[in-house]
Write a protein that binds this ligand. Structure first.
Ligand SMILES: Nc1nc2c(c(=O)[nH]1)N[C@H]1C(S)=C(S)[C@@H](COP(=O)(O)OP(=O)(O)OC[C@H]3O[C@@H](n4cnc5c(N)ncnc54)[C@H](O)[C@@H]3O)O[C@H]1N2
Ligand code: MOO
Length: 407
């Protein structure tokens, strides 16, 4: 058999052509799922003062023996500090989030005192620091609290707001332009004539890339004629997107014009036969600033190669770790032995009494989409791997929506 290029080698060749996009400053409220380009440095300590974690009374812990009577001399509410320093024998009413008055170092919950006019009696011992959130215990002013390369989640956004920032610097979204080829392709909603099928690739690839942090523009379907394809390709490349993804026409048929068309418009291009299943034929190259991925037309091959080769490039454009987020899980059924190509086998996650395992889907046809819809990700099986029994461990590449199927 002709030499096939290993997946890791192809990926390394791709990644050495990528450097992160420039950064932009955006509102924090728009920053969900965007990737940080600059460190976030706290503008304040959190909490900014020693505060109370309970509704109760602030006191000196040296006065904190059960049975002690203290005089309540004022109120420290959240946002309205009590300014007079406290002496021994005194306490101040304090509410959750209130700043501890000077001279105090502890708070007793109101449930643990008896109140009689402006006097209280402690019904429990009080230790130094009890019910106190010390200044800076969460983070300190000037501390780096989130690092570049982090794709921001809702919890990050709360943290960044608490540190005083209304804006963040993130990497610009890489732009992906899509172009399909095939005379047989018809848009859903149109009637099918003999020999035609619906164009499905763009509908899956667009959100796949959007979920990875890109903006995607679909240029539709080009006719399988070289000059028409060249015109469409020029159109799709005009704004110099970071990535152009084509599907179809990648193989060896007489009507596979993609490679000659891309070369004719000036792309430097390699045609790879990769040791990957599905998705063996892949074109990769560059025109100007744009990386070009020529994915195979078969729907499963297109979605798998988009996951295995295009998504890592998108992560690298976003300053993220490009590596696939593989996890190790036990099989819930036998996995058949593999042939000469690294196999991305469709698989479901199974939850049994809270324990996760993966169930390989038998279907391996690279045009079979209902098995794709049923899968939560792919078991990554090495070339020539032997049969593996149920219970043995495998590498699993979860899709971003995989956890939803466990609900
Ligand atoms: N003699 C050989 N034939 C093939 C080989 C080979 O090595 N020798 N490789 C096979 C493999 S593996 C693949 S993968 C395909 C790749 O073919 P192409 O990239 O040229 O894809 P097309 O021929 O254009 O289409 C294949 C298949 O997919 C359907 N398709 C295409 N685009 C779409 C779309 N946007 N939405 C839905 N379906 C699409 C198309 O109708 C075809 O059925 O080549 C094998 N052949
Ligand atoms: O590599 Mo093709 O994607 O096997 O059908």
């Amino acid at each position: 058999m002709q030499n096939l290029k290993p997946v890791d080698e192809a990926l390394a060749d791709i990644l050495k052509r990528v450097s992160p996009t420039t950064s932009e400053k955006i509102n924090l409220s728009d920053a969900l799922d965007r990737t940080l380009a600059e460190p976030v440095i706290a503008l304040t300590s959190q909490p900014p003062f020693n505060g109370s974690a309970m509704d109760g009374y602030a006191l000196k812990s040296t006065d904190g023996q059960s049975g002690t009577k203290l005089k309540n001399i004022g109120i420290a509410a959240a946002g309205t500090p009590f300014t007079r320093p406290l002496q021994s024998g005194e306490c101040a009413r304090i509410y959750t989030g209130g700043e501890l008055p000077k001279g105090t170092d502890s708070v007793i919950m109101q449930e643990k005192v008896t109140v009689d006019g402006d006097m209280i009696t402690l019904n429990d011992d009080v230790q130094e620091g009890q019910n106190v959130r010390w200044k800076g215990n969460d983070f300190a002013k000037d501390q780096t609290i989130v690092f570049p390369g982090k794709c921001l989640n809702p919890f990050d956004l709360s943290l960044i707001a608490a540190a005083g920032h209304p804006h963040v610097h993130v990497y610009q979204k890489p732009r992906v332009h899509l172009l399909a080829t095939g005379d047989e392709l018809v848009q859903p909603g149109q009637p099918l004539e003999p020999g035609q099928i619906y164009a499905s690739n763009g509908f899956g690839l667009t959100p796949l890339f959007e979920q990875a942090g890109a903006t995607v523009k679909d240029f539709g379907v080009a006719i399988d004629e070289q000059d028409k394809l060249e015109t469409k390709l020029r159109e799709a490349l005009k704004d110099e997107p970071e990535i152009l993804v084509t599907t179809g026409g990648a193989s060896v048929g007489d009507k596979d014009y993609m490679l000659p068309a891309l070369k004719a418009i000036g792309a430097e291009l390699d045609f790879w036969r990769i040791a990957v299943r599905p998705g063996k034929p892949l074109m990769f190259g560059k025109l100007g600033k744009t990386l070009i991925f020529g994915l195979p037309g078969n729907p499963v091959s297109a979605l798998v190669t988009a996951t295995v080769f295009v998504q890592p490039a998108l992560r690298a454009f976003l300053g993220q770790n490009p590596e696939a987020p593989l996890i190790t899980l036990p099989l819930s059924a036998e996995l058949p032995k593999n042939g000469p190509r690294q196999f991305y086998r469709r698989a479901r996650l199974v939850k049994d009494e809270g324990q996760l395992s993966v169930d390989p889907i038998a279907q391996t046809d690279s045009a079979h989409l209902s098995s794709m819809s049923q899968c939560d990700g792919f078991i990554v099986q090495a070339a020539f791997a032997d049969t593996q029994e149920s219970g043995s461990l495998v590498q699993f590449l979860p899709m971003p929506w995989a956890m939803r199927s466990l609900a």
